[in-house]
Design a protein around this ligand. Structure first.
Ligand code: SAH
Ligand code: SF4
Length: 352
């Protein structure tokens, strides 16, 4: 029965072993299938080569491989960014972005179709919430990018995954964490040791849970403002999870995991980019092992703000470093012409 078929991308390696065992098959086959999925990057059973017939028959009957068909593929004129519109089985569509650097690649994956958080400057927020993605749908995006890299002439490989595509990953906690476990598996895509970064709007219970479960992935928190009032105007979710509670959760995270935390700050001209704003964020996060990632605002249809000028970004950085010894980076503007920059991902047309 088709609906009962298990998506192989939804299984951790131990679970794949247990499945094969429940069929009375040796773990040797599980290891082989895992290799074919994540080292061979097989996108279908027919790409799985020389499996014994009894294994193949069982797989065909009871499992599937949820490779997501590409509806559209767009290259950025900067040559570094490519955006994929992927179709989900129920007709929803999501965007996944490949960011290339010399010889290595980062996949920017979606965790939901749309997003419920409604940040005013974000195209995904502007389109609203459609649904959560399953762990298999998340894993499949990374595998897709790994496959693209394998077939590209550069022979680079997928090195990092960032949960900075569509959706709020901590609103879909279980699927995101299961997908991360699958992606980190050292005998598979092997994206362990700090190669996965999750960006959150500031879902306090999710941050605390990540800390308490000692999740081995980097955390980035979208701050954008250093007072509750200013933040709530940009990020409606701040009304549910106020700034002081968010900061407590961030401190708890740093103390428990002993790892640095990233704060993201979309630089909006005249709105949150003055020296006073930089001082306010410096005072707010002082004492935490933090790095600030400044993202000059990317244009979206539903928001009229403009990106800060380069000088404002440099001044912001200077204040942070000279007064508070906080390191910061200004994120390179990439993929803006194809709306693949931070906060620009949205699917406007209904699936058809
Ligand atoms: N939902 C998560 C992750 C996806 S968005 C989050 O909000 O953190 C990734 C980053 O892009 C976030 O820091 C988000 O605030 C930022 N962003 C959203 N819209 C943007 C825009 N128009 N310009 C620049 N950054 C934006
Ligand atoms: Fe959702 Fe993040 Fe966009 Fe806010 S910035 S609407 S949380 S995807």
């Amino acid at each position: 029965m088709k609906h009962a078929q298990k998506d192989l991308y939804s299984l951790t390696r131990p679970e794949l072993g247990a499945l094969l065992e429940s069929w009375g098959l040796s773990p040797v086959h599980a290891a082989r299938i895992w290799n074919l999925l994540y080292l061979g990057l097989a996108g279908s059973l027919s790409e799985m080569g020389d499996l014994p017939p009894r294994v193949r028959l069982r797989l065909a009957a009871e499992t599937r491989i949820g490779a997501l068909p590409v509806s559209r593929e767009t290259d950025s004129s900067d040559g570094y960014t490519r955006k994929y519109l992927l179709s989900l089985p129920d007709g929803e569509r999501i965007e996944t972005v490949l960011m290339r650097f010399t010889g290595r690649a980062t996949a920017c994956v979606s965790s939901q179709a749309g997003c419920a958080m409604g940040c005013v400057f974000c195209a995904t927020g502007q389109m609203g919430y459609r649904r959560h993605l399953s762990e298999a749908e998340i894993v499949s995006q990374a595998v897709h990018i790994a496959r693209v890299m394998r077939s590209s002439r550069e022979h680079g490989r997928l090195r990092n995954v960032v949960f900075m595509g569509m959706g709020e990953p901590l609103h879909n906690y279980d699927a995101v964490m299961r997908a991360s476990d699958i992606l980190r598996d050292p005998s598979g895509l092997s994206l362990g040791a700090g190669r996965i970064t999750l960006s959150t709007v500031g879902v306090v219970p999710g941050i605390r849970r990540m800390a308490d479960e000692a999740r081995p992935i980097h955390l980035a928190v979208s701050l954008h403002a250093a007072t509750q009032e200013e933040r709530a105007a940009l990020v409606p979710a701040a009304r549910k999870w106020p700034l002081d509670e968010l900061m407590d959760a961030c401190r708890h995270y740093c103390a428990s995991v002993g790892r640095r935390i990233f704060f993201e700050w979309a630089l909006i001209d005249g709105r949150n980019d003055t020296a006073e704003h930089a001082h306010a964020v410096g005072r707010l996060i002082r004492g935490m092992p933090a790095q600030v990632n400044l993202i000059p605002l990317n244009p979206t249809p539903g928001y009229g703000g403009a990106p800060s000028h380069g000088e404002a970004a440099r001044r912001f950085q200077r204040v942070l470093s000279e007064h508070y010894a906080i390191p910061s980076t200004v994120r390179q503007r990439r993929g803006i012409d194809i709306a693949a920059g931070c906060g620009q991902l949205a699917v406007t047309a209904r699936p058809g």
